[in-house]
Design a protein around this ligand. Sequence first.
Ligand code: NAP
Length: 282
Amino acid sequence: MPALVLDGKALAAQWEQQLSERVAVLKEKSSGKTPILATILVGADPASATYVKMKGNACRRVGMDSLAVEMGEETTTEQLLAKIAELNSNKDVHGILLQHPVPSQVDERACFDAIDLAKDVDGVTCLGYGRMAMGEEAYGCATPKGIMRILEHYNIELEGKHAVVVGRSAILGKPMSAMLLEANATVTTCHSRTQNLPAHIKQADIIVGAVGRPEFIKAEWIKDGAVVVDAGYHPGGIGDIEIDDGVKERCTAYTPVPGGVGPMTINTLIFQSVESGEKAFS
Ligand code: NAP
């Protein structure tokens, strides 16, 4: 039987519809006010500029406002911290997105952690991560949370399954592993010092590619019946996993690239911004 396609693009479009309705209700209740997501872009990296623009566009599609903050390539940690403090105390702002990565002179971790927990709708603070990992309420980091939402929608069973996450970055691999653990999967987290990666991947009921190298995870390493989740996106529309026709035939389900994880990341950011707005307006 051909594998189930975990269609993040279609799901995000469907969920945007529901979010538009929630924003409309909020607007009515608060004499025209909408949740506002502040986006901070530091420097001129074209890919980051594109991502920030896409996030602002997604806000507008659901009827929300966004506040685009652009800061120069030479921005210091202190300047960025001051901007975050200003947005934290701005009552009209319900969510803050600091686009990763920032220029190398900026202490990105300090700036992420300066975001007020109530406005951490991209789930990047240490506090939010810790609370999520302990099963307490917190906004999830957008990409792994988006992956969890898509798996849940398609009723992918996680409990007792062996999930192998390749990558341990703060914004993706680590929170992904913690979320899968919270969902009662047995989790192996692999990274650049992992020995015999193929042997780990061959045991995976669920494999998550979050490595940042095109088709680094080979089709032949994926076991029959696995659920394949590819967070990677590279020029030419390929991911971190080699999902060839053979894999599509023998796996249970997979996220396409593009149109799988990517749209869910933005959708999750907007979803959590709307939630934050609802809390603020209640
Ligand atoms: P990252 O910060 O560069 O982290 C890459 C991870 O892969 C690191 O933990 C690294 O291990 C590990 N790694 C590198 N070489 C390896 C190897 N030979 N064997 C095993 N592990 C290895 O990247 P990221 O930000 O997490 O992003 C990962 C991928 O997801 C990228 O393709 C990125 O484009 C994509 N992404 C997509 C979205 C989206 O919205 N769709 C969002 C974020 C990221 P060490 O820790 O040991 O260095």
